[in-house]
Design a protein around this ligand. Structure first.
Ligand code: CFN
Ligand code: HCA
Length: 534
């Protein structure tokens, strides 16, 4: 169902004029014109508007660092921030050494009023000492929350002193929640320090197996990474590290030895891919392991990159076998889902990653958007970049790596890269402007008012978003599927993930619950006015 400019304008007109002017730039109806439509993104949310966005601390500690299992992650701040990032994201981890898996713990300095007044550095030092004494972790992270920055605790100095006291890495992240405009700032803060202190920390120069790769931006939500790794290992890849799902400090130290970096989440980690290319000469390839077609294309592109006949043949064999196995499992669900519509609003990459999977089970995405993506996520970007030569990389201004730190080894020659670029096409998952149909709506930093308005207008069959908006929409009689945490389910990535997703979405539609709920538009008159009693 296409929305008209007039309908969109009617929603916007309910705002005060300043807000209207701002929000207008963040919403567009996709048109059929070739040029990418411009949407404003990655700007400050209007205060008080009830955004779904998170903060820099959420992006740093919650998203990037949290899944690293053999490090204890200390939240320096009042208890709420630590508590709300405790297990909610469902990033799973298992370890061969159970004494080095701290995933289920929530460690915080639990700052009190007196710490705010007199400073919390001593308390932080004490907590680090306790963590070392109790857990003996490989490394520790300290993440700052808003009040820490406001009172000026020097967490870097506390961490440095603790490092020399205990002889293990203690990494300090100044990711106070107010930094930047969303969790995206926190991704940068986390990645820069991991790049600086962890990646490349081992002396290894080469990986221990064939076709060594890193999977970047895969956080093992609901076990996604395990399903992807199952397939990659069967094909013959050596997975050096996953950043950061079920990841570890120990693995990450060797990440520089991989021959190719796969970039699954484009938003949270694309700059790490670029830095790895610049520092170590490792090219990167954008992938999308969500959806059957996404998975197939990603596997084929990877095989093309390595170019080995045996690998290409094995890739095709695994694809054929997996597709033949899952297709009959998905078919009954497709019958339930066929012809339905979805509303798909997630953080920074799932807003478009899931559209292919929805389409594969017969569901069209009529509205999509991201909480905090940047413009390039909407507009798409090259799948495989130009390899930088040693000479090029010296001239990259945003490089966080000083020239004397570099261990550059060109892993693909510029000639081979040119050849690869011809073979690996720009794919359908290049960005939201490409994935969505004309007439559908794209919204940046959607808020709760707009959510309700668009729900009333589009009446989608399923609402795919997060915990903050799920229940409001369910009370409107529409099934909601959390695309952050997958509710209590998963994996949704890869071949088995597609089956799980089709099953869970079908269950949502088939539940008899909806017969007991009357959506407001069926109950409330659409026209309101006073009735003259006389
Ligand atoms: S797992 Fe990722 S895929 S990392 Fe990012 S941009 Fe968040 S936590 Mo929620 S589900 Fe979401 Fe993406 Fe990348 Fe997750 S769409 S909002 S910061 N995200
Ligand atoms: C975050 C984490 C989050 C929140 C999910 C949600 C996640 O932004 O801090 O709002 O449902 O995936 O856990 O994105």
């Amino acid at each position: 169902m296409a929305v008209t400019e007039k309908e969109l304008q009617e929603i916007l007109e309910q705002y005060p004029s300043k807000v209207q002017k701002n929000r207008k730039k963040h919403i567009l109806i996709k048109d059929g014109v070739e040029d990418a439509q411009v949407i404003e993104a990655n700007t400050r949310t209007i205060p008080g508007i009830i955004t779904n966005r998170g903060c820099a601390y959420a992006g740093c500690k919650g998203v990037v660092l949290g899944p690293l299992k053999d490090m204890v992650h200390i939240t320096h701040g009042p208890i709420g921030c630590g508590f709300y990032t405790w297990g909610a994201r469902r990033n799973k981890a298992k370890s061969d050494d159970p004494t080095q898996n701290f995933m289920n713990y929530c460690v915080s300095t639990d700052m009190q009023e007196s710490d705010i007044v007199f400073g919390g550095e001593k308390k932080l030092a004490k907590v680090i000492d306790e963590v070392v004494a109790i857990f003996h972790p490989h490394a520790i992270t300290v993440s700052a929350t808003c009040p820490v920055g406001l009172i000026g605790d020097d967490i870097a100095a506390v961490a440095k002193a603790a490092e020399s006291r205990h002889g293990l890495p203690v990494l300090a992240f100044s990711c106070e929640g107010y930094k930047g405009v969303s969790q995206s700032a926190g991704h940068h803060i986390a990645n820069n320090i991991l790049m600086d202190r962890v990646i490349g920390a081992s002396s290894a120069e080469t990986a221990p197996g064939k076709y060594p790769i890193n999977i970047l931006g895969e956080y093992n939500i609901g076990g996604d990474s395990w399903e992807v790794e199952r397939v990659l290992k069967e094909i013959g890849y050596t997975i050096v590290s996953v950043m950061t799902g079920d990841g570890s400090y120990e693995e990450l130290k060797n990440a520089h030895t991989a021959e190719l970096n796969l970039v699954q989440c484009h938003r949270s980690i694309n700059y790490i891919a670029e830095m790895l290319e610049t520092k170590y000469g490792t090219p990167w390839l954008k992938v999308n392991f969500i959806g059957i077609q996404g998975m197939i294309e990603s596997l084929r592109n990877m095989a093309t990159y390595f170019g080995d006949e045996e690998l290409i043949a094995k890739t095709e064999e695994v694809i054929a076998r997996e597709v033949a196995r899952i297709e009959p499992l998905i078919e009954p669900y497709r019958k339930i889902c066929q012809g339905k519509t979805a509303f798909c609003f997630v953080g920074g990459s799932r807003g478009h990653h899931y559209q292919g999977l929805f389409a594969e089970i017969g569901i069209e995405t009529v509205l999509a958007g991201y909480e905090f993506a940047h413009r390039d996520d909407y507009e798409g970007r090259q799948v495989i970049p130009t390899i930088k030569t040693d000479a090029d990389s010296k001239n990259i201004p945003e490089l966080h790596v000083s020239p004397d730190e570099r261990r550059f080894r060109l892993k693909v020659s510029p000639e081979k890269m040119e050849e690869l670029k011809q073979k690996i096409p720009l794919s359908y998952y290049a960005g939201m402007n490409v994935t969505m149909k004309d007439g559908s709506i794209i919204v940046d930093d959607l808020n709760h008012f707009e959510t309700e308005e668009f729900i009333k207008l589009l009446k989608p069959d399923i609402f795919a978003s997060g915990i903050k908006d799920k229940y409001v929409i369910q009370k409107m009689g529409i099934p909601a599927k959390q695309l952050h945490s997958y509710d209590y389910s998963g994996p949704y990535a890869g071949f088995n993930g597609a089956v799980n997703f089709a099953r869970d979405v079908s269950m949502g539609f088939a539940s008899p619950t909806w017969n007991f709920i009357v959506p407001p538009w069926k109950d409330e008159p659409l026209l309101t006015g006073t009735v003259n009693e006389e």
